[in-house]
Design a protein around this ligand. Structure first.
Ligand code: NAD
Length: 451
């Protein structure tokens, strides 16, 4: 790539990661073309609407469409011709055997390759197993229609894994703890450092405080390792929660006591119905497969997964142990998304629990501040589900309230009022959201996790 050529960026796949990345770079002053193959989604974004719930992103979309620095297309050729840094943010879902399905990346690499006529830096931002970038480079090179010279000189592949959290996506883009850049051509350091320069200036940080340059494999492994470690913390504290339940201790106090040690840290030491979402479960599963492929004993991570899987049945059994057969019992469900701050229900423990409760023929009054539309699409028509207008509406006539997502607004409910709505004053707090004493004082029987 001509080092004096003006930098322009194309981002492929405008989901949570892609749209955030595209708008983030555009807001930092770069010209960005967003490419989305789902035409309905693409048109929505072109019209200034965000197809998912993410704090602050609607305003940033409006601002950057208006400035003219961000444009949207479905045309891969247009984007490849007009940009020199091409960032791939397509999905890498879990395949049936647990491995990462990298077919969206492979298809995209094929199409990008077919349209390359001058040097491009292709960035793999999607989370994918070690060695994926090497496979993508082969696909890119074999699809370039080039009569003169070697294709090798037309493409550099770089891995910049994404660490953002849904619900905090923009905050995380503009305030990263670190940016990992995996590359095999270290001549690109200046160019890549340059696209992050406005961000570093905004943060008041030096390059060395935020940017980590490494080789491609280490960058790929660092993303899987981060998610496997976070999953481990959650399963670890849930294992301790099981012990606390057995002996009558309080896991919240245990978690607090160890979390205050800076060597351990309190983040992700949150007992509950387990981790879910579009990343941790599938990345853990994919990393376990990476261990198998490379003949490394990753059985430790299999245990992490097993502990997490057990959360669903443990929680349902806790409810059955108190209420008995759930057939025709009415349960108020608070929360469906996999965590607060998002409408994402992919691999949400709440959804798995709700699906089991329907199988057990319970009647449900469900509430979620944002995820109802996604849930309706997922679950289809069911005469066992009533969609509540408000958290309190979900509690009318119920035999118990089930807290499945720790939305902060549930904490604002007045349990004196709720006490008059419910049939039976029982609460199964799957996220340890509430203070047990507070609810007991309001006349509720409180059941938390490991306390
Ligand atoms: N969601 C997160 O919180 C998060 C965080 C860190 C990393 N990641 C990783 O980032 C990647 C993307 O995640 P996501 O949640 O944004 O995925 P997503 O599935 O929400 O979005 C991907 C988008 O890519 C589009 N797409 C697919 N093929 C395309 C093509 N050929 N051209 C243009 N668009 C195409 C899809 O239509 C979709 O809109 C995944 O690998 C994921 O594991 C996600």
């Amino acid at each position: 790539m001509d080092n004096d050529a003006p930098i322009s960026i194309a981002v492929f796949g405008l989901g949570h990661v892609g749209l955030t990345t595209a708008l983030g770079f555009s807001d930092l002053g770069w010209n960005v073309i967003g490419v989305e193959s789902d035409l309905a989604k693409m048109k929505l974004i072109q019209d200034g609407q965000v197809p998912f719930n993410e704090y602050g992103i609607s305003d940033l979309l409006a601002k950057n469409l208006h400035s003219g620095r961000f444009s949207v297309t479905a045309d891969i050729k247009e984007a490849v011709c007009n940009a020199n840094i091409l960032i791939m943010c397509v999905g890498t879902p879990q395949d049936t055997d647990g491995t990462a399905d990298i077919s969206q990346l492979q298809n995209l690499a094929r199409k990008i390759g077919q349209n390359i006529t001058s040097h491009k830096i292709v960035v793999q931002k999607s989370t994918a197993p070690v060695n994926t970038a090497a496979k993508l480079k082969e696909i890119l090179l074999s699809n370039i229609q080039n009569s003169k010279g070697s294709n090798d000189e037309l493409v550099d592949i770089v891995v910049i894994p994404e660490f953002l959290r849904e619900g905090n996506a923009l905050h995380d883009f503009f305030n990263p703890h670190r940016i990992v850049i995996g590359l095999d051509n270290f001549d690109l350091k200046d160019m890549l450092g340059c696209i992050y320069k406005p961000l570093l200036v905004k943060m008041g940080k030096n390059e060395s405080e935020i940017l980590i340059y490494t080789d491609i494999s280490s960058a790929e492994i660092s993303k899987h390792t981060a998610n496997a470690f976070l999953a481990t913390k959650i399963s670890f504290v849930n294992m301790i929660a099981d012990l606390c339940t057995k002996v009558g201790a309080d896991v919240e106090d245990v978690a607090r006591s160890i979390g205050m040690d800076p060597r351990i840290g309190s983040d992700f030491l949150k007992p509950g119905i387990g981790f879910g979402g579009s990343c941790l479960p599938k990345d853990l599963a994919a990393f376990i497969q990476v261990g198998k492929i490379n003949s490394i004993d990753f059985s430790f991570l299999e245990e992490v997964n097993k502990i997490n899987e057990l959360r669903i049945s443990n929680y349902i059994n806790q409810v059955i142990n108190v209420l008995g057969d759930l057939k025709e019992k009415t349960l108020g469900v608070w929360g469906l998304s996999f965590k607060p701050g998002t409408d994402d229900i992919r691999d949400s423990p709440a959804i798995r629990i709700v699906s089991e409760l329907i199988k057990l023929k319970a009647n449900l009054r469900v509430h979620d501040p944002y995820a109802i539309t996604a849930f309706k699409e997922f679950i289809g028509v069911s005469d066992r589900i009533y969609y509540a207008e408000s958290p309190s509406d979900a509690t009318v006539g119920v035999n118990a309230i089930l807290v499945l997502t720790d939305w902060v607004q549930y904490k604002e409910e007045d349990f004196k009022v709720i006490r008059n709505y419910v049939n039976d004053p029982l609460i199964f707090d799957g996220r340890n959201l509430f203070d047990p004493d507070l609810l007991t004082n309001e006349g509720f029987q409180y059941y938390g996790i490991g306390r």
